[in-house]
Design a protein around this ligand. Structure first.
Ligand code: P6P
Length: 333
């Protein structure tokens, strides 16, 4: 177990050994994300004070109003990731197409692609509720030195080399995995340093919190309706507590610490649910599995899904393993 108060920088160096053939590029990539997180954190925390609240007026590829902070966060992460000679391509919730990063090195040996939701839950910004950034990292599958292609982005989640999120909450935390467990780092804003505050994070095997937007109840498939009624029944450790913030990162983070399940199912008004496979569900699913939790589309493993489109949506059941398995039982009927 790593000792608490290790800084993120020290932790990254100590864990280089996990990558015997590492050229240090993944570490540089995590460090770049750390820097961008601090810049966005600064902007998020002062959002109420300056005129960056409210919609930027544009509509993003999801058909949603782009909040100014969405745009700012998107720009900050793309800029920070672009000028470090590590990444050959970026896909973002805020960008219709993926972005090719040209290298100053003529051979462009950059081998990583990053997919990002720069500010998830942004509708909460104006009401001062926690929001988050989600990132997913793959090695490219096409030859290094050639132009990055859609094939490099449309990889199943089990191919991820790293994934994580930043939650801008009562404190700002960066939580990530490189396939060797999950560790959480808390930002000391006074000195701008992330410290290891939550080593070896794990979902409790079960829990008593369920997170779903019950306002959509009448539109849910019968299996979801039946599972919600199961959560509300007076029996054993039930009824469970309903907690839904409307911010995936915040609901996920709380459930990982306390035990719980987050559900965004398909419905009669959203045929594949709302969450995007590539830059929301896959990274959160990798973190969940690395933390002994589970992530499913209600029937099968999220990380096994072969993506077909950059912004495709998928039903999402994620959290404590036994709770996800129970929900899957109801989905199978
Ligand atoms: P609804 C935020 O827009 C988000 O993608 C997740 O962070 C959040 O859990 C969900 O959508 C909220 O969606 O339809 O319940 O408002």
């Amino acid at each position: 177990m790593e000792k608490r108060n290790t800084t993120l920088g020290e932790f990254i160096i100590e864990h280089e050994s996990y990558f015997p053939y590492s050229t240090g590029e993944l570490s540089k990539l995590i460090n770049a994300l750390r820097l961008a997180a601090k810049v966005v954190n600064y902007e998020v925390n002062k959002a109420g004070l300056v005129d960056i609240l409210g919609a930027a007026g544009d509509i993003n590829v999801q058909g949603e109003n782009q909040q100014k902070l969405d745009v700012l966060a998107n720009d900050k992460f793309i800029r920070t990731l672009s000028n470090r000679e590590i990444v050959c391509g970026i896909a973002s919730e805020e960008e219709e197409h993926f972005i090719t990063i040209n290298s100053n090195d003529k051979q462009n040996r950059n081998k990583y692609v990053v997919l990002i939701d720069p500010l998830d839950g942004s509708s909460n910004i104006d009401v001062n509720v926690s929001v988050g950034t989600i990132f997913s990292i793959y090695r490219r599958v096409t030859p290094v030195g050639t132009p990055v292609t859609m094939e490099d982005f449309l990889q199943p989640g089990k191919n991820q080399v790293a994934a994580g999120y930043i939650v801008y909450g009562t404190s700002t935390m960066l939580v990530y995995t490189t396939g060797h467990g999950v560790n959480g780092f808390t930002l000391n804003p006074a000195i701008g340093t992330f410290y290891l505050s939550h080593p070896d994070m794990e979902f409790p095997e079960t829990g008593n919190i369920y997170s779903v937007n019950e306002g959509n109840y009448i539109h849910f498939p019968q299996g979801v309706k039946s599972y919600i009624k199961y959560c509300q029944m007076e029996e054993g450790e039930r009824p469970y507590t309903s907690r839904y913030i409307g911010s995936l990162v915040s609901d996920f983070h709380r459930n990982m610490i306390k035990g719980g399940i987050y559900i965004y199912p398909k419905s009669s008004i959203a045929s594949n649910g709302k969450l995007r496979l590539l830059y929301e569900c896959n990274p959160m699913a990798l973190i969940a599995e690395q933390a002994n939790g589970k992530a499913s589309d209600g029937f099968g493993r999220i990380l096994d899904i072969q993506p077909k489109e950059l912004h495709e949506r998928v039903p999402f059941f994620c959290g404590s393993r036994k709770m996800v398995e129970k929900a899957e039982e109801f989905m199978r009927g």
